[in-house]
Design a protein around this ligand. Structure first.
Ligand code: MG
Length: 356
């Protein structure tokens, strides 16, 4: 489906004006569930992309799991290498269907311990410092307590220090999406004076040793995003000293169940985590809220209200509370309530696959 974004999303990987996204609907004997595949149109964030996901879902993944309950489905999906976002979409759809049939919330199922989570918002690239200050000011006025700024070479120390000067008490962090080299670290150490919660992913996804070296050059805690694709990988990164914080995105790691394992591995080693976002519709957004309510999600995530991105979401909207927090849905499954009028209007193509 294609859902218009309220404003273009500019980040180091490009610019989006619409969210083109695949939703997976799992229909069982007693209930149905929905999952969201977090791919972007081009493989700029990870190796996965929209058309590739459409293909792998239809021709490889869905045929493997038709008619199977969650446990068998996840086992079968593990036979296919990679394609984490597509697998995560199937896992969430089946999990949501099973939980709705059982009358249990996803938050309960994952081990949530909080009824509300602190919201956070990611601000894309704006192109000028005044525009950036305007946008951050708007988000703060909306009630967000934590803001994440995108940075890349040529857009880093000056804009970030300008935001810090204008908003001295704001919880602030930055994300580089792997656009730097290790020899940029001494210059970026100027960001230490901004008192950031973390600097996210300065180097490429596979450069754990480089990140370990970088961590020694700054006081700002180093966070990994693209580098962490599994619980085993998280354990390796922590053992190498490549991160002090981890950003968990269920799509990137193959699903919410692996996301919980990364949460657990990190908690055992004293590494806090937070929940990242990929411009989710209400389907993925409600599931992220359930995940972010686990105890070691001790930093605010990219968890914003639906109106951060969409005028009309495909679900009843996720709403930012006046205290800067968002309620964790407690209804069965993700708790998402689909709006069929919006969904029908946004649908570009749909395919149905049936078991035997
Ligand atoms: Mg990131």
């Amino acid at each position: 489906m294609r859902l218009p974004l309220l404003q273009p999303w500019r980040w180091p990987g490009g610019t989006l004006t619409d969210r083109e996204v695949i939703l997976v609907r799992a229909v069982g004997p007693h209930s149905e569930g929905w999952g969201e595949c977090a791919t972007f149109p081009a493989p700029t964030y990870s190796p996965e992309w929209l058309d590739g996901a459409w293909d792998i879902l239809r021709h490889h993944l869905i045929p493997l799991v038709l008619g199977e309950p969650l446990d068998a489905a996840t086992l079968r999906l593990s036979a296919i290498q990679g394609h984490h976002m597509s697998k995560a979409a199937i896992e969430l759809a089946v999990l949501d269907a099973e939980l709705r049939a059982a009358g249990q919330s996803l938050a309960q199922r994952l081990g949530a311990t909080r009824a509300r989570v602190t919201a956070g918002v990611a601000v894309g690239l704006t192109g000028s410092v005044p525009d950036l200050l305007d946008e951050v000011g708007r988000r703060v006025a909306e009630g967000y307590r934590r803001v994440k700024l995108k940075i890349h070479p040529g857009w880093d120390v000056e804009p970030v220090l300008a935001v810090r000067a204008a908003f001295p008490d704001l919880a602030l962090q930055v994300d580089a999406n792997g656009t730097y080299r290790l020899d940029d670290a001494p210059r970026l150490a100027a960001l230490d004076e901004a008192g950031l919660l973390c600097l996210e992913q300065p180097l490429g996804g596979d450069d754990l040793v480089g990140h370990a070296a970088w961590a020694g050059k700054m006081r700002t805690p180093l966070c990994l995003d693209e580098s962490i694709t599994s619980a085993a990988g998280a354990a390796s990164a922590i053992a190498l000293g490549a991160c002090q914080v981890i950003n968990i995105k269920a799509g990137r790691v193959g699903g919410y169940l692996e996301a919980v394992r990364i949460h657990d591995v990190s908690a055992l080693r004293g590494v806090p985590v937070w929940c990242g976002g990929l411009l989710e519709t209400g389907v993925g957004r409600t599931a992220n809220l359930a995940l972010a309510a686990l105890p070691n999600f001790s930093l605010p995530g990219d968890l914003s209200g639906s109106n951060r991105f969409y005028r009309d979401d495909v679900t009843e909207p996720v709403v930012l509370g006046p205290d800067g927090t968002i309620a964790v849905p407690d209804g069965p499954g993700t708790g998402a309530v689909l709006r069929s009028d919006v969904l029908d209007g946004a649908t570009v193509e749909s395919r149905w696959a049936g078991a035997g």
